[in-house]
Design a protein around this ligand. Sequence first.
Ligand SMILES: Nc1ncnc2c1ncn2[C@@H]1O[C@H](COP(=O)(O)OP(=O)(O)OP(=O)(O)O)[C@@H](O)[C@H]1O
Length: 296
Amino acid sequence: MTQAMIIVNPSSGKEEAPDYVSSTEELLVSRGYEVTVKETQKEGDATEYCIAACEAKADLVVSIGGDGTLHETINGLFGQSHQPKLGVIPLGTVNDFARALQIPLTPEEAIHTLASSRVQRVDAGRLNGQLFVNVVAAGPLAESLSSVSSHDKSRFGALAYFKEGIKELAGNAAHPLTIQHDGKTWVGETPLFLAALTNSVGGFEKLAPDAAVDDGLLHCYIIKDLNFLNTLTVSISLLLGTLKNHKDVDYFTAREVTVSSANVMRTNVDGEEGPALPIRLSVLPRHIQVVVPEEG
Ligand SMILES: Nc1ncnc2c1ncn2[C@@H]1O[C@H](COP(=O)(O)OP(=O)(O)OP(=O)(O)O)[C@@H](O)[C@H]1O
């Protein structure tokens, strides 16, 4: 019998994840799976459960939660000889990975997607010794986004990030970063550096419109200046999908990037606090197999 594991984070989004477990389980059982349900208690659990699913040669792992839970689940696939397919039921505030793959953001519809026969291979990013699926951010603005509490996310949704971002901008912070790629080096002060694997970042589905989930590239943005005067035009560019053309933004694609700073600075990885600089980023092309909606 084919095995499936459901990994669920009860604290994600508006804390409604447990409501969707039984309908997910029912659907999988009706498709012939033997199902194990694992509820996370703390950081790292989803990775451990996913490693166990790989070792048990499960056919499918379903992540029910936000991008943080998904990030941890995918890290369990890293380096495994047997890799299950991945199903995604998005319950977070942002859900960039689901947006990029056109997985429905309504949990009931996303559960229905698990019956799809279509599997898409997508790139994974590598950051030092871990994987990421959406975005790595560095700079003071990225640090401030990591400080958004789960409570605020549950209460205010994406607005919680906006609130922290505005607070940081008021401080007018920029820090020195050194960014190296393809034999080139950029040195300067910046409030934000982003390396995106998918078009959707922070819920902005047009942030990196050229990023295909399987193009093997990091789509990188250096915001050279962000202040009260240009915030509006940068925000409009974000919404229109023209950020890379903004005069205060440098854009490039690369397969490998290193980022360092003279200052002690933490990164933000897939929406959660990541390791401190320096970091080395690369792409594992088409590394993850995701169950996505049937075409058409
Ligand atoms: N039972 C739990 N209680 C509290 N936190 C948990 C629990 N299980 C896992 N976590 C932690 O919660 C973090 C956030 O989870 P997740 O990203 O899925 O939800 P979210 O923060 O609501 O969504 P989003 O990141 O999209 O805003 C995970 O990275 C994980 O470390």
